[in-house]
Design a protein around this ligand. Sequence first.
Ligand code: ZN
Length: 154
Amino acid sequence: MAEKELIVIESGEAEQPFNYSIGLYGSKFFKELRDRRVFVGSKCPKCKKVFVHPRKVCGECYVEMKDFVNVGPKGKIGTFTILRYAFIDPETGEQKPVPYGYGFIQFDGADTLFQHYISIDDEKKVKVGARVEPVFSEERKGTIKDILYFRIID
Ligand SMILES: [Zn+2]
């Protein structure tokens, strides 16, 4: 007699634990963010550009950067999008509430852009050049999630 059994496999949480190194510069960035809520960039000794996240070599000058500078925490929106299409967030395995903002922030004192969520409480205020500040997580662990999102400041 054939047995008919439907097997259901639950994916449960979308947790996929693994470890990887973020390097000396990445570690410095996230340690300062976690411990002091400070954003750190690396400054090129030749062209003087400040990179956030910090990186070891200037991609334009090909010289090593050893100087760290604090930037922000305030900045401005370089570009952004407002997402309105619901999807499964790969970090949580749950549907991401929509709409939400995502953009590229240029910290005061930095020359590069930093990606993160942008609060869209008042969509009319979300525009290129709008001033923003970070909203931090109460419990910081040294990850990008230590920043909840950036919010518009007037
Ligand atoms: Zn340079």
